[in-house]
Ligand binder design. Structure first.
Ligand code: GLC
Length: 473
C-alpha cells in the first residue's frame, strides 16, 4: 500500500503546534508496515542545508482559475521517512506558516489552495492508494480529488475543529472552484467558504485525534458551529488517539537532559529538578515544580491560570511557563513574573528547554478548555511528571484522577480539575501538593505513569485497518 501523508507543518522542519509532532510521528510508525511519503510546503525559513533538502524531480504547475502556479519539488528524509517539499512562491515566501502579528495572512486561501491542488497532482505522480490529509490547509484536495479522480481514496484528520479555514465568498472564483460546491452540503458556511467542510464532505473517512473528542464535536459546546454538519457525516467519523514518538521523548536517552532516568530509578529526575531550579533562579528548591508548556490561548486555559496566579503564587510552589501566543496574556504573565520569585517565564518556542522542563517537573498544568487530543499530557506521563488536567477531549481518554476507581482503558493517572473555574484549579493544585507531600504514593504514581504505552504503534495499526477498509469498499 502506498500512502501520501500531507500536512502544513511537520517537525522538525516547521512547527507551531501538535500537528507538526503527529505529522512526524504517525508516518514514521506507519512506515514500518507500508510505503509512506510525507509532504509539506518548503517555507523559506526552513534550513535546506541543515535538513539536507535537495531538488527532486521535475517542476510542474497547477492551475487555479486559469492562473498557473509553478511548483518545484524537493526531498529530504525525516528519520527514515521520505518527505517531499512543495515550493511555490506565494505559498512559501513567508517568515511563518500562517500569519504574523497582524493576524493570518489574508491570502491563505490562495496559498493553501495551491498546496491542496499540488497534493492531488503529487498523489497521482506517485500512484498512491491513499491520500491522508490533515486539517483545513489540505482539505480542498479532498474536493478536487472527488471531482477529478473519483477512484482515489482520501482520509481527512481533524486536529482542531477551531481552525476551519474561513474565507470570503470570492474564494470560489479565486481558486477556480466549481460553484456547485458552494452549497450548505458542500463548502458554503454562512455565506463564506469553509475549507474544513470540504475535508469532511468529500473524504472517504474523517478521523479526529481521540475517541472522546469525536463524540464531543457532535454537540454544540465543542462543535465550533459544525456539529450539525458532523452529525450528518457521523457514519464516517472516527476518533483515533494520537501517540508520541517515544524515541524522541525518552528520559533514558534524551540528549537534552543533564541526567537520565527510568521508571525503576527516579534519581536522575530529582537531579534534573535541582539543576533546573538553580538555572531558573528558584530559591525554594524543595517546593513542588509545576510547568505549563504551550500556546498562550484560551484553549490551553492560560486565561484561567493568569486569573488564578495570585492565589497560586501565594502557595509554596514554583511555576515555569514556556510558550507564546496571545500578546495580552504574554504581557500579563511578564508583569507578574517580574514581581515574583516563584514564577519563571520564557516567551517563545524552545524544544530543548521544554524537554528539560518535562524531565525536571513534578506536575504539568494542563487546564485546557477543550483539547482534541493533547500531546503534553502524554509526554508528561512518559517523563514521570504528574498531569494536573481538565479532562476534556483526548485528556479524558488518557488521564484519570488518581483518587478515582481504576479504569482499564485509561493508562495515565493524575489530578483532575473538577470544576472549570479558578476555585476548581486551586483545589486541584492543592490536591497535587498533598500528593507531592505523600512522597511514596507520589513516586509510585510517577513510575507507573512512565510505563504507560504512549507510543504511536497501537494507533498506527488502527489507521492501517482503516486504510484497508476504505480500499476494499
Ligand atoms: C492540535 C490540537 C491538539 C492535538 C494536536 C495533534 O494542536 O489542539 O489537541 O493533540 O493538534 O493532533
Amino acid at each position: 500500500m502506498k500512502l501520501l501523508f500531507a500536512a502544513a507543518e511537520i517537525y522538525p522542519y516547521a512547527k507551531t503546534g501538535g500537528l507538526a509532532d503527529v505529522a512526524q510521528a504517525l508516518p514514521k510508525a506507519l512506515s514500518h508496515t507500508i510505503e509512506v511519503r510525507s509532504v509539506m510546503p518548503l517555507y523559506r525559513f526552513i534550513d535546506r542545508k541543515k535538513f539536507k533538502i535537495t531538488p527532486h524531480g521535475n517542476s510542474f504547475s497547477v492551475t487555479l482559475a486559469k492562473r498557473r502556479y509553478r511548483i518545484s519539488l524537493h526531498r529530504g528524509f525525516n528519520q527514515g521517512v521520505e518527505t517531499l517539499f512543495i515550493y511555490e512562491r506565494t505559498l512559501c515566501n513567508r517568515p511563518t506558516p500562517y500569519g504574523d502579528k497582524n493576524g493570518d495572512y489574508p491570502d491563505n486561501n490562495l496559498r493553501f489552495g495551491i498546496f491542496s491542488k499540488a497534493l492531488v497532482k503529487i498523489a497521482q505522480m506517485y500512484g498512491v492508494d491513499i491520500l491522508h490529509l490533515n486539517d483545513w490547509h489540505t482539505a480542498l484536495a479532498a474536493l478536487w480529488t472527488r471531482e477529478s479522480l473519483p477512484y482515489f481514496r482520501t482520509v481527512f484528520t481533524i486536529h482542531n475543529l477551531a481552525f476551519q479555514g474561513l474565507f470570503p465568498r470570492e474564494t470560489v472564483a479565486r481558486l477556480g472552484l466549481s460553484s456547485a460546491h458552494f452549497t450548505p452540503e458542500g463548502i458554503e458556511y454562512w455565506g463564506q467558504v469553509n475549507c474544513m467542510k470540504a475535508g469532511i464532505a468529500y473524504s472517504d473517512l474523517v478521523t479526529t485525534v481521540s475517541p472522546h473528542y469525536a463524540e464531543e464535536i457532535l454537540h454544540p459546546q465543542f462543535g465550533c458551529g459544525l456539529d450539525g454538519f458532523l452529525r450528518l457525516h457521523k457514519h464516517k467519523l472516527l476518533g483515533i488517539l494520537n501517540g508520541i514518538d517515544t524515541a524522541l521523548f525518552d528520559p533514558q536517552h534524551d540528549p537534552a537532559l543533564p541526567h537520565h532516568y527510568s521508571a525503576d530509578s527516579l534519581q536522575g529526575k530529582k537531579q534534573n529538578k535541582e539543576t533546573l531550579c538553580r538555572e531558573l533562579g528558584f530559591t525554594q528548591t524543595d517546593a513542588p515544580l509545576f510547568i505549563f508548556i504551550g500556546r498562550f490561548t484560551q484553549q490551553k486555559g492560560l486565561d484561567l491560570i493568569i486569573e488564578t496566579l495570585p492565589a497560586l503564587l501565594n502557595t509554596k510552589l514554583n511555576l515555569a511557563v514556556i510558550g507564546e501566543g496571545d500578546p495580552d496574556m504574554g504581557s500579563k504573565l511578564k508583569e507578574v513574573a517580574g514581581k515574583s520569585d516563584n514564577l519563571w517565564l520564557f516567551q517563545g518556542y524552545d524544544e530543548t528547554l521544554s524537554h528539560k522542563l518535562y524531565a525536571a517537573a513534578d506536575f504539568l498544568l494542563m487546564p485546557s478548555s477543550f483539547e482534541p487530543c493533547g500531546l503534553n499530557q502524554l509526554i508528561a506521563l512518559r517523563y514521570g511528571t504528574i498531569p494536573v488536567v481538565h479532562r476534556v477531549g483526548g485528556i479524558h481518554d488518557t488521564v484519570a484522577d488518581y483518587e478515582d476507581d481504576f479504569s482499564p482503558d485509561i493508562c495515565g493517572r493524575g489530578v483532575a480539575i473538577r470544576e472549570y473555574d479558578t476555585r476548581g484549579l486551586i483545589e486541584a493544585v492543592h490536591r497535587a501538593i498533598q500528593l507531592y507531600n505523600t512522597a511514596e504514593t507520589f513516586a509510585e504514581l510517577s513510575g507507573e505513569n512512565m510505563q504507560c504505552d504512549v507510543s504511536f504503534e497501537k494507533s498506527a495499526k488502527r489507521y492501517l485497518e482503516c486504510y484497508d477498509e476504505i480500499l476494499n469498499r
